[in-house]
Design a protein around this ligand. Structure first.
Ligand code: SF4
Length: 369
């Protein structure tokens, strides 16, 4: 990744610090940009009379805003870099700093994948139209999406999404894809998302029945895995850092689903559960945790509520419970469960383990709205 091609838009922050005459400012930087943090601190201190404290704890999203702890240190303003505002109140004045990347890869490498995925979407849509001619069993099979749900489509549009540092290019890419014959929708999600086409690891709320397949503009498979688990739709990826294109394979999703089902099965005999509540402002789902406790108790088992800022195996594995239910960042259970000695499952997976929801009706991704 060429860091020099990232643009850090510090001007609004510097104006705000000057206007408010802030003296102590906390800078919060995502993990991938921490190497540049000291340079940014220098540049803000040179242009203002504020002193900057780096909030050096790990930070993976805007759900993890610096909150009242730093107020006790005398911090007046939080500068949060690389993520956008979400529907939470951290209790601290916060300036969100945009980071954009100027990588602008050609669409040619991704076109064969999109063509293949559009055919999958068209086939699914036409099966919906043929529904009345099919046996119930055939129809059920035909409508299954990648996560085993029966969810007939209403369209085959290409949904164009991206991670935040590439979203400034999203409408340019929409035009390029339309020029080669795709009907493109840039989905607009709910209150947790700030921009058209934005997705988070825990929120894909812009999805609609009109979208038959997706293109993700970004790198890594974190967002793509969540998007396919949430929507069940084929997904292509175009990486602005390398210009490379690939798809999120159904085999990969199947492997994840098999692992999830294995964890659910291993909770079959569990008698006691630790229920994790995230303390970070945008991960705190206390009501969901309380609901899970009631369900567990309804089935004659024990549930213990446990609040943590960070979740890790060294912090929970030693408790004498049989399994854990995670209501903090949903991706802790999905992406990291192999690191834990005991089963770590999502609330939906708990409901399946307790026999309240049916696995056969399809996987339900744990979304934070
Ligand atoms: S996926 Fe997890 S870390 Fe990312 S925004 Fe959602 S809750 Fe936060």
């Amino acid at each position: 990744m060429d860091m020099n091609r990232h643009e850090f838009q510090l001007d609004d922050l510097i104006e705000r610090i000057k206007a408010n005459d802030n003296r102590l400012v906390a800078l919060q930087v995502p993990e991938g940009l921490k190497m540049q943090a000291l340079e940014m601190m220098d540049s803000i201190e040179e242009d203002t009379s504020a002193r900057i404290i780096l909030a050096a704890d790990p930070c993976y999203g805007a759900c993890d805003l610096v909150h009242d702890k730093m107020q006790r240190m005398g911090v007046e303003l939080v500068a949060h870099m690389g993520h956008s505002q979400m529907n939470i109140d951290s209790g601290m004045p916060t300036e969100f700093i945009n980071v954009t990347y100027d990588g602008d890869p050609a669409i040619d490498p991704v076109l064969p994948i999109l063509k293949h995925h559009r055919r999958i979407a068209e086939a699914r849509l036409s099966r919906v139209a043929d529904e009345h001619e099919m046996s119930e069993e055939d129809a059920k099979e035909a409508f299954m999406d990648a996560v085993g749900r029966i969810s007939p489509l209403k369209g085959t549009k290409l949904g164009l999404v991206g991670s935040i540092q590439h979203l400034h290019l999203i409408f340019e890419y929409k035009e390029r894809l339309e020029a080669v014959g795709y009907e493109v929708e840039v989905p607009v999600g709910g209150a947790r998302l700030s921009f058209p086409g934005q997705v988070l690891g825990c929120n894909y709320s812009g999805d609609s029945d009109e979208i038959g397949h997706y293109l993700f503009l970004g790198s890594g498979d974190f967002h793509p895995i969540g998007l396919v688990l949430h929507t069940g739709k084929p997904l292509a990826m175009l990486d602005p850092y390398t210009g490379g294109a690939e798809e999120m394979s159904f085999e990969r999703i199947e492997r994840i689903l098999r692992q999830r089902f294995g964890l659910i099965m291993s909770c079959d005999e569990a008698e006691s559960f630790g229920i994790l509540i995230g303390e970070k402002p945008g991960q705190m789902r206390r009501n969901l945790a309380l609901r899970m406790k009631r369900k567990i108790e309804k089935h004659g088992k024990k549930g213990y509520l446990m609040a943590l800022e960070h979740v890790g195996p060294e912090l929970i594995d030693f408790y004498p419970v049989d399994a854990f239910v995670n209501t903090a960042c949903p991706r802790i259970a999905i992406d990291d469960s192999v690191r834990y000695a005991k089963p770590l499952i999502t609330p939906f997976e708990l409901e399946v383990a307790l026999g309240e929801k049916k696995w056969e009706l399809g996987y339900k991704f744990d979304e934070i709205p």
